[in-house]
Design a protein around this ligand. Structure first.
Ligand code: ADP
Ligand code: MG
Length: 304
């Protein structure tokens, strides 16, 4: 099989591992920087060029599209799809997962547990917004910028007054944000479930460093292997399916009202999860492609 990996950097751990896993299974594999692709839009014979040559007969494509290049990256992926290449994750599912509000609305519509979440645009009625989210629990809130990653722009406020101040500040910056109930009982930990198809193939617990409620490894958190419950397993698999993703990193918090989904990542990293669990996740991704690429379309389809 000819497999292309859409990635900006061939030296990243995840990209390297996917190349390695594909080679081990005797596939012809190469890395394509999406920003260096150019395309034509013509009826019936779409083409993609890369470094002066036409990319042809690619059987499958593994998108590793970073958040900062979502727009152009998904356009390149869509072009491959128009040419009949099998995408590990479809462009439409990746775009969907990059929009936090849309994702949460879709998940909640299907009954997936989520932290109670509010969002607003107008600067009025901050008090009522806080009431809407936190009416029935304490005074603590988590306020997050919808554009943030790696725990940046995620703030815990422990009083109503502090929440109001942070919201005022974010509004002053004209930033989009969410307000959530604080899941205190999660104890600064979350669970990353690595989903491939209809299985969680690996799971790790990330624990924030002492005194830190954010579990991100970039914020000094540590990862360890964890055994998840059947409910957590089915929540993660269903969340990926609802988003229309074959491969996803589903982050859960253990709350008093069962597992709640924090986010569904469409390009989950391999380094942390392979390191913590010792599993060959890259190999399992390539095996999945071997099994399903002939269907010519993605197995999983989401909606909305
Ligand atoms: P990012 O996309 O920047 O990683 P997240 O929404 O995943 O932002 O939040 C970062 C971390 O903060 C999470 O992994 C979790 O540990 C913690 N966290 C986020 N929201 C909540 C919440 N509502 N209750 C408790 N902890 C939270
Ligand atoms: Mg996160």
């Amino acid at each position: 099989m000819q497999i292309a990996i859409l990635s900006r950097n061939r030296n990243l751990y995840s990209t390297r591992r996917l190349v390695e896993a594909a080679k081990e299974r005797d596939h012809d594999v190469f890395v394509v920087d999406p920003l260096r692709c150019y395309m034509n839009i013509v009826p019936h014979k779409p083409e993609i060029h890369f470094k002066g040559r036409k990319l042809e007969d690619v059987d499958a494509i593994i998108p590793r599209i970073g958040a900062s290049v979502t727009f152009y990256g998904t356009a390149v992926l869509r072009q491959f799809e128009m040419m009949g290449t099998y995408p590990l994750n479809e462009s439409v599912a990746i775009s969907r997962s990059r929009d936090k509000l849309r994702s949460m609305q879709l998940l909640s519509r299907k009954g997936i547990g989520l932290p109670v979440t509010g969002f607003a645009h107008s600067p009025d009625d901050t008090e009522d917004l806080l009431e809407l989210v936190g009416g029935n629990h304490g005074q603590s809130y988590v306020i997050k910028l919808t554009e943030g990653t790696q725990g940046k722009g995620v703030v815990l406020t422990e009083t109503r007054k502090a929440a109001e101040s942070v919201i005022d500040a974010f509004r002053g910056l004209d930033a989009h944000f969410l307000v959530q109930e604080f899941i205190k009982e999660a104890g600064g930990a979350d669970i990353r479930c690595f989903v491939i198809g209809d299985k969680v193939v690996a799971a790790m617990k990330r624990q924030g460093k002492e005194g830190e409620f954010r579990s991100n490894l970039h914020r000094g958190g540590t990862a360890s292997v964890i055994k998840i419950t059947p409910e957590e397993r089915s929540t993660a698999v269903r969340a990926a399916k609802i988003m229309g993703l074959n491969v996803a990193g589903v982050d859960l918090l253990r709350s008093n009202h069962g597992p709640v989904v924090m986010e569904v990542n469409s390009s989950p990293g391999l380094e942390g999860i392979e390191g913590a669990t010792g599993k060959d996740v890259a190999g399992q991704i390539v095996s999945f492609i071997e099994k399903y690429h002939r269907h010519g379309k993605t197995r999983t389809r989401g909606g909305g």
